[in-house]
Design a protein around this ligand. Structure first.
Ligand code: PAF
Length: 274
């Protein structure tokens, strides 16, 4: 109610509103989304909510890192106007029973090993869109399938919201920024570099003209398989919008991977238009 009242007030003043949905423990990747939202909107809302329904039963809901005080500081410094930090009880009534379910786009890649994940994402993003009613919402390209899923949901359900995708932010050594990187010990942090190494290798092959998906994917898998601490969940090439597998790189293609480093599941990808 409070968030709605504030947004209503801004609307009365003719101000535009951007939303950056996050699960908190904000890092440079989130900051880049907030920076872009601040540039493109009069007011910016950051939602900071670890959404329980997008975690599977054996996943890391209870250990997912949280630090609302640090998040507040980052948001303030970046120029966000409001942080929406609801409790799970505020978001989900005990008899909550309505979900947004998507077919196809949510079924491949991460959807295979996390079968209820995108139902949870679509449902919470829908709720956030209804609560904040933003003009624009900002999502990272690191979660490329999530971005494709959200775009599809907005199209299919006729939502009047512009979805803005923002580039992956990497550490100096290449590792894509992620709140889950904090789970890695020193040896795992080093081992995790195989993800970005594989991404850079695949990208270079495509830039040099290689178009055969299997040739590119095998070279990428080889890099990951050489690391004893790494275990591949998937390394695949798909159409970037429909998330259906391709055998040849043609049009806008997403080459994506999920890899376990020890117990931590990390994702990375690159998108190329060829
Ligand atoms: O990308 C995330 O952090 C989450 O999946 C999102 C979009 C905030 C929904 O909980």
């Amino acid at each position: 109610m409070e968030v709605r009242a504030q947004v209503k007030e801004w609307r009365k003043q003719g101000l535009s509103v951007g939303l950056v949905p996050t699960m908190g423990y904000l890092h440079e990747g989130h900051k880049s989304l907030i920076d872009r939202a601040v540039k493109e909107n009069d007011r910016v809302v950051v939602s900071d909510f670890v959404n329980p329904i997008q975690f599977g039963v054996n996943e890391d809901l209870s250990t997912y890192p949280r630090d609302i005080e640090a998040d507040k500081k980052l948001c303030e410094a970046a120029g966000a106007d409001l942080i929406f930090h609801p409790t799970p009880e505020e978001m989900y009534a005990p008899d909550f029973s309505t979900y947004v379910e998507m077919q196809k786009v949510s079924e491949g890649l991460c959807g295979k090993s996390r079968p209820t994940h995108f139902r949870g994402v679509c449902t919470v993003v829908n709720k956030l869109f209804h609560i904040v009613s933003p003009d624009r919402a900002y999502f990272g390209e690191k979660d490329a399938q999530q971005l494709a899923v959200v775009r599809r949901m907005v199209r299919d359900l006729n939502m009047d919201i512009e979805i803005v995708g923002c580039p992956i932010i990497r550490e100096a050594d290449g590792l894509a920024k992620s709140s889950r990187n904090t789970y890695l010990n020193e040896a795992e942090r080093e081992a995790a570099l195989v993800l970005s190494k594989a991404v850079f290798c695949g990208k270079e092959m495509m830039e040099k003209g290689e178009r055969d998906a299997e040739t590119i994917l095998s070279a990428m898998r080889k890099i990951i398989e050489a690391e004893p601490l790494a275990r591949i969940d998937y390394v695949e090439m798909v159409d970037a919008d429909s998330i259906t597998p391709v055998t040849k790189a043609e049009g806008r293609v997403l080459t994506a991977m999920a890899v376990y480093i020890g117990k931590t599941r990390l994702i990375d990808n690159f998108i190329m238009e060829v």
